[in-house]
Design a protein around this ligand. Structure first.
Ligand SMILES: Nc1ncnc2c1ncn2[C@@H]1O[C@H](COP(=O)(O)OP(=O)(O)OP(=O)(O)O)[C@@H](O)[C@H]1O
Ligand SMILES: [Mg+2]
Length: 371
């Protein structure tokens, strides 16, 4: 398979997906940086970046505005981009509010929803809410701005497939004609059942903050206010789906060498492929690199001791063990990610010394992603 860089060249939207903690945020930022270095005007939309990475990108606590990474920051890292790099953090609550504002038929209806306590809690606590709002924000940015490339990071979810399912799941609940029926007292038990179906423990926790009467009142008010806006939301979600399916969009599957991460990336790959979504490539990240040339016998303790000019009791035994162990792990990691690499253009990125938390680190990662 061809390298990743070629596969990403013509893309205008990249979406980094994968299991939790595999490096989605780092890879998203590095891919954005790479294009900005080449001359593009790029926006990276991150989700909960590590504090230090956010700071390195010039994002403060209120990082939900598109912020240009300043030239001085690049210069300090020895980088001289020919383009521009912008970064932002997704603000889920605000994106929901914008969506409601856009679709509310009147200012009164808008305010009624925005003031509803259940809405205020649910927009942050609903399972899938982050995923839904991430793509919603992406659509807005891709439609209203003139970036050459937008790179979207995705939430640290345990189930990356939620990313595709969340909008429908949430909209199905909100648009359910039966929902008001659930509010009649006789159906209390069924309400609990439905809400449990909807979002699991997060929703239950959210609802537990309300007493029964308050809850029913707020839920009824919320669903009634939402009524009539549903079609607009649905149409918008369909447009977002179309954006994701465009050939100029590319999903980048990120995985580490762990069994779970590879399995998750493979099921994501199959699911995206079955929905006709454009898979741009695969990143196997934090893979143990082999440090020993293939086919060359590894040195034993005696050989190492001689090379180090050591007598007995020196570093040689430990060193021999470390080399062996590294090579064993490298072979293990290579075997673990191999099935994934066969699936698409890819890059294999070794575990870098230290975290990727500044522009220099991102540049090093970007270099590896180029292959
Ligand atoms: N190739 C690499 N070498 C060394 N460290 C790395 C590498 N890639 C990422 N990291 C580090 O691994 C940690 C997790 O990375 P990151 O935050 O990008 O993962 P994520 O997939 O976005 O996680 P989450 O699912 O929690 O959002 C970070 O500390 C990051 O600096
Ligand atoms: Mg992340």
């Amino acid at each position: 398979m061809a390298g990743l860089a070629g596969a990403l060249a013509g893309k205008r939207v990249l979406v980094c997906v994968g299991a939790g903690g595999v490096g989605k945020t780092s890879v998203a930022a590095a891919l954005g940086l790479a294009r900005a270095l080449e001359g593009g005007k790029v926006l990276v939309c991150t989700i909960d970046p590590a504090r230090r990475l956010a700071t390195a990108l010039g994002l403060d606590a209120l990082g939900n505005a598109e912020t240009r990474v300043p030239d001085q920051a690049f210069a300090a890292a020895g980088l001289h981009p020919r383009g521009q790099l912008f970064a932002m953090m997704l603000d889920v609550k605000r994106t929901w509010d914008d969506l409601v504002t856009r679709h509310a038929p009147t200012a009164e209806r808008r305010d009624r929803i925005l003031r509803n306590r259940l809405y205020q809690q649910m927009s942050a606590a609903l399972a899938g809410s982050q995923e839904y709002m991430a793509t919603e924000k992406l659509y807005e940015l891709a439609t209203d701005r003139d970036y050459d490339l937008i790179v979207l990071d995705t939430p640290p979810t345990a189930h990356a497939l939620d990313f595709l399912d969340a909008p429908d799941r949430i909209l199905d609940f909100l648009g359910d004609d039966q929902a008001p029926l659930l509010l009649s007292p006789a159906r209390g038990a069924r309400l609990g059942f439905r809400l449990a179906q909807l979002g699991g423990s997060l929703v239950v926790k959210t609802l537990a903050r309300f007493t029964g009467a308050e809850l029913l009142h707020d839920l009824g008010d919320f669903l009634a206010s939402f009524h009539g806006m549903y079609e607009g939301f649905k149409a918008r979600a369909a447009a977002v789906h179309d954006l994701l399916a465009r050939p100029t969009t590319g999903f980048v599957l990120v995985a580490s060498a762990s069994e779970r991460a590879v399995a998750e990336a493979r099921s994501l790959h199959d699911r995206l492929a079955s929905e006709g979504m454009p898979i741009a490539g695969v990143v196997a990240n934090r893979v143990t690199a082999s440090l020993w040339p293939a086919g060359r016998p590894r040195p034993g303790e005696a050989e190492l001791a001689a090379a180090l000019g050591e007598a007995e009791g020196g570093l040689a035994p430990g060193l021999a063990l470390a080399i062996d162990e590294n090579e064993r792990m490298a072979a293990f990691d290579a075997a673990a990610v191999a099935p994934l690499l066969a699936a698409a253009p890819h890059a294999v990125v070794p575990r870098l010394p230290g975290d990727v938390h500044d522009l220099a680190g991102l540049a090093a990662l970007a270099e590896r992603l180029r292959g």
